[in-house]
Design a protein around this ligand. Structure first.
Ligand SMILES: [Zn+2]
Length: 329
């Protein structure tokens, strides 16, 4: 085989020679949705996704007439035309999945979607997806992106929270409304801290609870604001909203892998912590090796540097390019 089995067509991924798209944004007849973050989500006629991703997608996009969801469980292979598909947990957010596509000739092609190999409290733990060809994300695909162990980061966030509370200020933790917010709420709620979730986060929490992820000690942040001793969790883009800015005194911290760079675009926060729901650079390299893939394509973020490092490891790797330039093998 001389060509990549997955092609990039006008920015969207398609299994070559089939109608199956992967994480397409535009409406497609049939697409696999790896998880419910907006940059992976579209309104398709037929959607292949885990039940949790389907529920989160319904929450984000609303009920859709004329659309069909084919709910898929992890590690239960099923047929789609001439293809055999199998999902593996990706550890990124609740319901997130990798997909392995077995082509009619038997070649296996894996697509990671967004991947986090560190254990989490609110998402199914990532599993290695053995495959011949791997298409992997490279969000943090630069050698400088090395995250400390998650427990160390959470301990540092706890010290920040305790310091704020002992000074009589409300700690406000900023994390994406789907995934990061639930991870931090689960952590602090289970430690016994009363937590308040911004309405945007609270709406996603309800789906998590419905899908079997309890979030104890967490309640909705109402117009009355938090009581003394409570921890507030909100999305970063709403840090300056009236619901947050009227909390006084407060101390804010943003939780993001980009904290390794100092999270420079988050002006006005008191602290940043590298709590990520993506794999760091060494984890991406380890993961690629663990799949046993002899051919790797990288996409999103720092695709070229990651491919370069994989080549140094003896794995044939290239960034995935638009289809016209893809006659690589
Ligand atoms: Zn994502």
């Amino acid at each position: 085989m001389r060509r990549s089995p997955i092609e990039l067509v006008k920015g969207e991924l398609r299994v070559r020679g089939t109608g199956l798209y992967l994480d397409a944004r535009k409406k497609r007849p049939c697409a696999f949705v790896s998880h419910a973050h907006a940059d992976h989500l579209g309104r398709h006629e037929r959607t292949i996704a885990t039940r949790a991703t389907a529920a989160l997608a319904r929450h984000r996009l609303g009920e859709r007439k004329g659309s069909e969801v084919l709910p898929a469980a992890y590690r239960e292979p099923f047929g789609l035309g001439e293809l055999t598909l199998e999902l593996f947990p990706a550890g990124h957010v609740l319901g997130s999945a990798q997909i392995r596509i077995t082509l009619p000739g038997g070649l296996t092609v894996g697509y990671t979607g967004d991947l986090c190999t560190e254990p989490t409290r609110t998402a199914e733990a990532a599993e290695v997806m053995p495959c011949d060809v791997l298409l992997m994300e490279s969000t943090f695909g630069l050698p400088r992106y090395v995250f400390p162990p998650k427990e160390e980061v959470l301990d540092a966030v706890k010290r920040f929270v305790d310091d704020a509370l002992s000074d009589g200020a409300t700690p406000v933790l900023l994390g994406y409304s789907l995934g990061k917010a639930q991870e931090v709420l689960k952590h602090f709620g289970e430690l016994g801290y009363p937590c308040r979730a911004h309405p945007t986060v609270h709406a996603v929490n309800e789906v998590y609870v419905e899908q079997g992820v309890p979030l104890p000690n967490v309640s909705l942040l109402g117009p009355e604001g938090p009581s003394p001793g409570e921890v507030v969790v909100a999305p970063p883009q709403l840090a300056r909203s009236s619901a947050i800015s009227r909390i006084r005194p407060r101390r804010t911290a943003v939780l993001t892998g980009w904290a390794v760079d100092g999270a420079p675009w988050f002006r006005g926060v008191d602290a940043s912590f590298p709590l990520s729901d993506h794999a760091d650079f060494p984890s991406l390299v380890r993961y690629a090796r663990a799949t046993g893939a002899s051919r790797v394509f990288t996409l999103h973020g720092h695709a070229a540097p990651l491919a370069k490092e994989l080549r140094r490891e003896g794995i044939r790797a290239d960034p995935l390019e638009e289809s016209a330039q893809m006659e690589l093998w």
